[in-house]
Design a protein around this ligand. Structure first.
Ligand code: EPU
Length: 335
C-alpha cells in the first residue's frame, strides 16, 4: 500500500473541489485492509473513496481516505448461456463495459459512460436508461470494518433499491468492498424501455446490438450530461423524489406536463424537471451553476468553492420546496 500525508484531493473528486485529507492510503491488494485494521488505523475517521464521482467535499477531510487501486476481471463460471465474473473494486467501470463488449456479455451495456470504480457501483446501485446494476449483481464481497472480518452478501441480502443498498444504509462506512460478482448473459438480451435510447437507435438507423446500444447510450449521455474532464460535477446531484400519488396529481395543476413513473410507495417524479420548472436550469453565479442541458446536475465551471456549491444547492432545495412543496434530497455523498 502507499500512504500519503496531507494529500490534495482535487484529482480524486470529479467536482474538482480543492480540498485535502490528513492521510490518503492507496490499497494495492484487498488484504491490506486487514493490516490497517490490525494497526488500529481504522479507529480514526476514514472514508472509502472510489472514483470520487459521487461525492462533494465541503471542507478538508480530517481523516484517512482509503482508495482501492487493485484491479482485475476473473471468469469464475461459464456455460453456453451465461458467465460469472468476479471484478476487483478498483477496476474502472468503463473497463468492465469494454470487457463485456469484447466478450459479448449482455446486461451492463445501458450503464456505459458512468464514471467511477466497480466497487462503488453496488453502494448506490447505479442505474441509467432502464437498467440498475443490481439486475446483474450476484454477490458483493469484502471486509466488515473496523474489524476487517471477511463478508460475502448475495444480491438478495444487499437490500438494493433506487439509488440505495445496505452499503448506503445500515452498513454505511462499515464495509470495504473488495470484489463484485456479476452474472451476465451470453445470449442477446436487451433492455429497451427508455424512450430516449430507442429514439437514438431509430435516429441512427441502428438495430439493437451490444455495440449499437453502447454507442447510443453514449450519444444520449453526451447530449445531456457534462464531460467530467471538462466540467466539475458529480452527475445527478439530487435523487428523483418519490411522492404520494395524490400529491403528484395535485401538482399537475401547476405542472401540466409533469413527468412521473410508478414507484414502490407512490410515484417517482423527475427532480430535473422540478428544478427546471422552478427556473434554475442554466443558472450560474461565478463558477457554480446548474447545467443548462440537465437541471439535475450541479456544476463547477472551474473555481467554485465548496461554500458556493453548498449555497447553490441549498437555495435550489428551498426554492423547489417553496414552489412545489417537495423536498429534494442530494444523491451525492456530502462530506
Ligand atoms: N427533465 C426536464 N428538465 C431537465 C431535466 C430533465 O424537464 O432539466 C425531464 C426530462 O425531459 C425527462 C425527465 O425529466 O422527461 C427525466 O429526465 P432524464 O431522462 O434525463 O433522467 P433523470 O431522471 O433526470 C436519471 C438518473 C440519471 C440517469 C438518467 C437516465 C437519477 C437521480 N438520475 O435522471 O443518472 O442517467 O435517469 O436513466 O436517478 C446519475 O446518477 O449521475 C445520473 C446521471
Amino acid at each position: 500500500m502507499k500512504v500519503f500525508q496531507d494529500f490534495p484531493l482535487q484529482d480524486h473528486n470529479t467536482f474538482k473541489m480543492k480540498v485535502s485529507c490528513r492521510k490518503f492510503i492507496e490499497l494495492e491488494r484487498p488484504e491490506e485492509i486487514v493490516t490497517l485494521a490490525e494497526q488500529q488505523d481504522l479507529a480514526q475517521p476514514y472514508y472509502i473513496l472510489g472514483g470520487g464521482s459521487n461525492v462533494l467535499f465541503t471542507h478538508d477531510y480530517e481523516g484517512t481516505i482509503l482508495h482501492p487501486v487493485f484491479q482485475g476481471i476473473e471468469t469464475m463460471e461459464e456455460d453456453a448461456q451465461s458467465v460469472t465474473l468476479r471484478v476487483a473494486a478498483g477496476t474502472e467501470w468503463e473497463d468492465l463495459i469494454d470487457h463485456c463488449l469484447e466478450h459479448q456479455y449482455y446486461g451492463l451495456e445501458n450503464l456505459t459512460g458512468i464514471p467511477g470504480l466497480v466497487g462503488s457501483a453496488p453502494v448506490q446501485n447505479i442505474g441509467a436508461y432502464g437498467v440498475e446494476v443490481k439486475d446483474c449483481i450476484l454477490a458483493v464481497e469484502g471486509y466488515l470494518l473496523p474489524t476487517a472480518e471477511p463478508f460475502r452478501y448475495e444480491a438478495a441480502a444487499c437490500q438494493f433499491g433506487y439509488r440505495s443498498s445496505i452499503f448506503k444504509k445500515e452498513l454505511s462506512g462499515k464495509c470495504f468492498i473488495s470484489h463484485v460478482w456479476f452474472r451476465l448473459s451470453k445470449e442477446p438480451h436487451y433492455t429497451l424501455t427508455y424512450k430516449a435510447l430507442t429514439e437514438e437507435l431509430a435516429h441512427q438507423q441502428l438495430e439493437p446490438s451490444l455495440e449499437n446500444i453502447v454507442r447510443c447510450v453514449r450519444a444520449v449521455r453526451d447530449s445531456k450530461l457534462p464531460n467530467i474532464d471538462e466540467i466539475g460535477c458529480a452527475g445527478s446531484f439530487f435523487q428523483n423524489p418519490v411522492v404520494p400519488e395524490a400529491q403528484a396529481t395535485a401538482l399537475k395543476s401547476q405542472i401540466p406536463d409533469l413527468v412521473s413513473y410508478p414507484a414502490v410507495n407512490g410515484v417517482k417524479l423527475a427532480a430535473g424537471q422540478l428544478i427546471d420548472k422552478a427556473g434554475w436550469k442554466g443558472y450560474r453565479k461565478d463558477d457554480a451553476g446548474i447545467y443548462p442541458k440537465q437541471a439535475l446536475v450541479v456544476v463547477n465551471y472551474g473555481n467554485a468553492t465548496p461554500e458556493e456549491i453548498h449555497q447553490l444547492y441549498e437555495t435550489v432545495i428551498s426554492d423547489v420546496y417553496n414552489k412545489f412543496q417537495i423536498t429534494l434530497q442530494p444523491e451525492v455523498n456530502i462530506l
